[in-house]
Design a protein around this ligand. Sequence first.
Ligand code: UD1
Length: 321
Amino acid sequence: MAWLITGGAGYIGSHVVSDFQGAGLSVVVLDDLSSGLAKRVPKDVPLVKLDIRNTDEVAKVMRENSIQGVVHLAAKKAVGESVEQPLMYYDQNVGGVISLLTAMAEANVYNLVYSSSAAVYGSPGVAHVNEASPNRPESPYGETKLIGEWLIKAQAAATELKAVSLRYFNVVGAGDETLGDTSVNNLVPLIFSALENASAPKVFGDDYPTADGTCIRDYIDVRDLSGAHVRAMQWLENSATDYEVFNVGRGVGVSVKEMMQVARKATNIEFEYEVVGRRPGDPAQLVGQVENAHRDLKWQAKFGVDEMVTSAWQAWRAAHD
Ligand code: UD1
């Protein structure tokens, strides 16, 4: 018996692999290696290079490895790219979930933990969003994540499937120097990349209706986030409910300017940042209410922003030196 981690060679997926192994579970990684790295997968973990949309092959992998459950992370995740290439995002992310659910039904696999996103909320206009807050995604990326949730919920209602969707907030950090985020799409890697190029990190707008004028987000350490998947897997085993959604964040808002200060401390570089115009589509504030995960998953984040950014910097340095 083993758990299949799709996208297990990715930044978040490789941390999930590590935590599942730490919980004493056997894991198999399925990844097309389009952005994942084979070297992130431990030597003792089978790595199957496969596109999630290849339903028959995915079902075969499930049967051959006696898969008991799936953590599904294999997806495209860059918001800007999704605006430029919506069909590709729908094909990969929505097509991916349909294919996965079909393969799971064929192979009689009934447990699923799904990687969703706070992007399903869009610009909420409230201080903290809870799982019942309206879903108004503002990019094709967010739409595909929400449609994935709907597909899974419907399949859980119709079949024996039990599933949990985890809505990740802003993920930062690294559990180990080899597992850092190699994509340069998000605030913290963009700060590091600017520093590496001896240029000033950019703040996208300081005229938002927030205390210091910059956007507020709920930053969560990848080590805490991966732990939430283990708890979600345990919840599936013990709960009578078919389907549930949980926000996975710290429930603490941190502004971009505050993150710049954290990055100065973590890198030990006294850099100046440059304030530029707003980036279209950025909500002023997106922070989660995370009480449901505390109560039901018995999960709580442990790491703060200093630890997140310090661990991310160590991994960045190891990858770039
Ligand atoms: C990110 C992810 C999104 C995910 C969401 C979960 C991207 C592009 N976005 O959104 O997939 O679903 O978290 O909540 O992958 N900023 C700057 N300067 C920069 C970069 C960013 O000021 O150089 C600001 C942004 O305006 C924003 C904050 O930093 O206010 C965080 O931005 P980012 O890391 O891109 O994440 P989100 O857009 O919040």
